[in-house]
Design a protein around this ligand. Structure first.
Ligand code: SAH
Length: 398
């Protein structure tokens, strides 16, 4: 991949960081997610669903709670962006199965948006026990299967291919993997950070500043910006616009969980290999590259088509969802010390402010009518207040 990128730079000049990141992560032949996708203990980075089943279970409860609050529609799609190893969906579907009596009359389907052939294969094994079929007839749905609990699952490369309909969206550690542009304020104005070949060392890349402004500097920097260094992820913006349009039109909700900030941080672009920080420019394709999610940008890109909630810290969200009670039940049900220690350890990883509790955030999109009562004059009989949104408030399941 390094050779390919160097040839590209020699042919057409320095790359934007977004072009570099896209190639390094999702190049169809050599990208990190395409070939390696090392999530888990033996990989490059660990994620919350891989740490504890409780994480996905509580998210499953969140969707059921929202489904109930929205009047139990008789069908919904669960749409996950970047499902990794499929563990999160697996834990959610287990909850849906345990609460089958509640969901009994609801027709549920699962739609996974995944670019990596390697990870979609792992997801297929995890979720269906291997009962998946490639789907060469239909260009957009590249694979189909049935979950172990009997729910149909479909795989797509692009969110645009997911059929319209009432949908609950989920993006856990997805937006941080999308390509960012980087900008630096200079005495001569904003300049874009680019990736060039180091003239001193053959086949080594380095960062340079664009000599003048670029189309991206013109379009993505807000006039009121006060920071000196800014990262913008236009692809995240486009996806956010789509989610907001779909939710406004067809109903549903979106839950986004990731590390990030609310428009305050500057240089967050970094790489991980074997659970250690890795120089983002060395050996592209062999390490995970990531940047903090700017939730203020995501909120802005909904263009007020939906209500947004959060970001709130992971430990607050999980506490509101009842993680303490769930932990107690699991501890009571486990006899051996090793399991109990494992449960306490994973709880600490998810909740400790020094670990994942504070840096991960939850953010939601909901239709406006979910939080604002329709005009009482039209419906004087509807006196009952709207139920609070779980996670962002304490869970109240009736
Ligand atoms: N949600 C999972 C995995 C996070 S890693 C977890 O929490 O464990 C990021 C995931 O997004 C991987 O599955 C990766 O293959 C996928 N991905 C990255 N870029 C993508 C893109 N442009 N379109 C669709 N999926 C993408």
């Amino acid at each position: 991949l390094l050779q390919h990128l160097c040839r590209k730079v020699r042919a057409t000049g320095p790359l934007t960081v977004a072009e570099y990141m896209r190639e390094a992560l999702t190049n169809p032949a050599q990208g990190y997610y395409t070939r390696r996708g090392g999530i888990g203990d033996s990989g490059d980075f660990i994620t919350s669903p891989e740490i504890s089943q409780v994480f996905g279970e509580l998210i499953g409860i969140w969707y059921i709670s929202e489904w109930m609050a929205m009047g139990k529609p008789n069908t919904f799609q669960l749409v996950e962006l970047g499902p990794g190893r499929g563990t999160l969906t697996e834990d959610i579907l287990r909850v849906f199965n345990q609460l089958a009596s509640v969901l009994s009359k609801c027709d549920v389907s699962v739609h996974l948006v995944e670019v990596s052939p390697k990870l979609s294969e792992i997801q297929g094994r995890m979720l269906t026990g291997g009962k998946v079929q490639p789907n060469p007839e239909e260009e957009s749905v590249y694979m189909k299967g049935i979950s172990k609990t009997g729910i149909p699952i479909f795989w797509y490369r692009d969110i645009q291919d997911v059929p319209p309909g009432y949908s609950f969206y989920l993006a856990h550690e997805f937006f941080d993997a999308l390509p960012i542009h980087k900008f630096q304020r200079t005495e001569k104005g904003w300049r874009e950070v680019l990736v060039d070949i180091d003239p001193e060392v053959p086949d080594q890349l380095r960062f340079v500043l664009s000599p003048s402004s670029t189309p991206a500097t013109e379009n993505f920097i807000q006039p009121e910006e006060t920071r000196d260094h800014v990262e913008v992820c236009p692809e995240a913006g486009v996806i956010m616009q789509r989610l907001a349009c779909h939710i406004e039109k067809d109903g549903g909700a979106a839950l986004v969980a990731d590390y990030g900030h609310d428009g305050t941080k500057t240089d967050t672009f970094r790489g991980f290999r074997n659970h250690k920080l890795h120089d983002v420019l060395s050996a592209p394709g062999t390490a995970d590259l990531t940047a903090d999610v700017d939730f203020s940008y995501l909120r802005k890109m909904t263009q007020e088509r939906t209500t947004t909630l959060g970001p709130i810290k992971q430990r607050e969200f999980l506490k509101n969802m009842g993680i303490d009670l769930r932990l107690q039940v699991l501890l009571q049900n486990s006899r051996d010390t090793a399991t109990r220690e494992q449960l306490l350890h994973s709880y600490d990883m998810l909740m400790n402010p020094e670990k994942m509790g504070d840096c991960f955030n939850f953010f939601a999109l909901l239709p406006h009518h979910r939080l604002v009562q329709a005009d009482k004059k039209d419906k004087p009989e509807s006196k009952s207040p709207l139920p609070p949104v779980a996670g962002f408030n304490e869970l109240l399941l009736k």
